[in-house]
Structure formats: C-alpha cells, structure tokens
Design a protein around this ligand. Sequence first.
Ligand SMILES: Nc1ncnc2c1ncn2[C@@H]1O[C@H](COP(=O)(O)O)[C@@H](OP(=O)(O)O)[C@H]1O
Ligand SMILES: [Mg+2]
Ligand SMILES: [Mg+2]
Ligand SMILES: [Mg+2]
Length: 403
Amino acid sequence: MAIMALNPLARVPKPHLHFSLSIPHRSSSSSSFSPQSILNPSRRRRAASFMASASLYHKELAAAKKAASLAARLCQTVQKAILVSDVQSKADKSPVTVADYGSQAVVSLVLKMELPSESFSLVAEEDSGDLCNDGGQDTLKRITKLVNDTLSMDGTYNITVSEEDVLAAIDSGKSEGGPSGQHWVLDPIDGTKGFLRGDQYAIALALLDEGKVVLGVLACPNLPLGSIGNPDKDASQNQTGCLFSAKIGCGTDMQLLNGSTPNRIHVTTIENPADASIFESYEAAHSQHDLSSSIAQKLGVRAPPVRIDSQAKYGALARGDGAIYLRFPRPGYREKIWDHAAGCIVVSGGVATDAAGNDLDFSKGRYLDLDTGIVVTNKKLMPSLLNAVQDALKEKIQNAALL
Ligand SMILES: Nc1ncnc2c1ncn2[C@@H]1O[C@H](COP(=O)(O)O)[C@@H](OP(=O)(O)O)[C@H]1O
Ligand SMILES: [Mg+2]
Ligand SMILES: [Mg+2]
Ligand SMILES: [Mg+2]
C-alpha cells in the first residue's frame, strides 16, 4: 500500500480520509458515545463538507493520473526513436504523430477500465479519420503495438487490444462536451511541435462537471524537477518528468512521473511586476510575441521571456517558476478546451482569464469563446497585468491604423 500511494501507475486506491477531531473526554460509562453526537451543528456541517470534498472525484483523479502517466510512457518510447513515417500532417497542416494517437487510445482505454461503472464522455483532439484512409494501415499497426506494449508494461491489465479497438478508443473522443454532465477533456500530446523538436510537451487530461473543470492532470515527461525560469545548480535539474495534479478546492501537487511522494506546490507570491518573469509559446505562430514584449515593457519586467511549448507552462507557473503566462493567437484563431482545461486547474492558486479579465468558460463545447487572448498570473498581479494588456492591445490597433 505504501508503494501504491507513491506511484501514479499503481492500481487506483480506495479513498482514504485523514480526518481527526479533538474529542472531549467522556466517561467510559456512557453507552451512546459517538463523535458526531458531541459536535455542535456548525462543526458537524464543516466536518461533513471536509469529508465530502476529500472524497469527491478521488477515484477519478487517481484514474486520470494513471492514464496520463501510462500515456507519457508511450510518448517517451516514441520520442526516443521517432521514425519519419511516425509523423503526418493533418488537414489544418498541423503535425500529428503515432504518439498523439497512441496516447489518446491509452488514456481512453485506461479511464474506461479504471472507472467501469461511470458513464463515459471524452472530448479529445484526435480522431481516426486519417488512419482509415489508404496508407493508414501500417501506421495503425504501429499504434496498436505501442498501445499493447504500454498496457502490458503496467502489469495490471491482462488485455490485448485489436486495431479496431484502437480506432474505437481514439474515436470515443468525439464528444461535444457542454454545460451538463461529466466530460473528460484530453490533449493526448499538447505541444506536438515541441515533442518533435525534443522539447517540452504534455499529456493534458481534465474532468468537466456541469461545465466546470473539477480536476486536472498534466504529465510533462521532459520538464525538469527544478525551476525552468531560474535554472540553478541544484541536482534536481538532472531529474526530469513531472506529474501535476489538482482537484477543485484542494490545491495542486507535483511528483516525479516515475513515482515519488506528491508535494504541494504554489504559485509565486511576488507582487512587484518588475520581478515577474513571463512565459509564452515557443512557436511565434501560436502567440504574438510583440504583444508580450509590449506588455512586459509596460509592467517594467526585467527578465527576458521564457519560451516553452505546451501546457508545461501552466505546470511551471503552478510551482512558481515564473509569474505570468501570456497567449495571444493571431485574430481568427479559436482556442480549444483541451489546450487549457487541465492547465487552468493545475495553476490553482493563480487566475486564468481572457484579455478582458473574463473567466475561461469550458461549458460551450469543444471551443473556448474568448476576448482576444489568455493571461494567467497570481491574484495580486492580475489587476496591473490586465491594465497593461488593455494598453498594449489599444496601442497595437492604433499603430496598425497609422500604417
Ligand atoms: N495558429 C495558432 N495559434 C494559436 N495556437 C495554435 C495555433 N496553431 C496551433 N495552436 C495550438 O497551440 C498548441 C500548442 O501550444 P503551445 O504553443 O503553447 O505549445 C497546439 O496544441 P497541439 O500541439 O496539441 O496541437 C495547438 O492546439
Ligand atoms: Mg495538434
Ligand atoms: Mg494542444
Ligand atoms: Mg495535441
């Protein structure tokens, strides 16, 4: 049991409630003694709410950690020796690899096996369309082998899946999500371009309940255990592979992907914007870097921006590696919920809004409807950040009108 608690790949444990109350001494002659009977009503309500939040989504979070950790193993196997034939281009010209498909199949299969009694709805990035076209057969064979090898590595599943099972698992991600019921939200590899470069990427999995993100997991196989904003000498830089997990109202934990005790992490507490460091996309096509520079200048930020692929940015922010994440796609780009759902809850002590300061709304289906961009920081810095964002946006429009 001790080992299971440390390893995200262990069988999903039953909820354990560590719940202690100070109970006044009662004479042993009392026959009707019970802790509940001696609590006053308000303490009883608080105790009940504590017990409810501790057990709420407990088994779902454990299943999500296990699914994302196994998917991360598949991705690491592929990244170590990627073949030219492992990479394809989607209709929108973005890359997709056997690892994106394999990761999606593994997460879908593991969630269904770990939570057999729950109804299953998954909103995920990939679909099997291109694998069913002419020429997709060899790729599908390779993905199926990767999925079976990964499931058998775990040692707790005694199954072999067929190519049809893999196609069905991938296509179970076609749900539209929405404001009612529960929906899993998955980006099987967020940052596919980073994955192909050998840089950062993340397996990002979240659960929506009645339109709200209630838990999230980010597996970041290439993220160092030590800070990326401020890499220093300490030995933790040599260890890579982080698993972030968060449950609504319960804070965020981080542990090593290959198993370690989860540690509670916190966003930075800095209040002076000049001390902030800013994270943004590595890919200039994904976010307007000139807008970030203009915002940094207005805030007086001294450090140069840190450019990282994927929702690893949210994970790094959640543990205080940096203070601000800025994302400004070109006009017309529509953000998808799987690119932000897990990240937003993982950065639990911070705030994520659009450029106008509105909360991100994950209840509208597969897309996020936003005003202009996404900004993330701690609660103290948000007001000055939003002012700087508005000024920079106005300035950019005025400058464009002058040209
Ligand atoms: N033109 C664009 N503008 C903004 N985001 C884009 C984009 N094209 C692709 N993306 C999204 O940017 C994500 C990667 O984010 P980042 O830049 O932070 O690494 C991609 O996720 P995938 O890699 O899962 O496709 C994709 O959804
Ligand atoms: Mg993609
Ligand atoms: Mg993505
Ligand atoms: Mg992706």
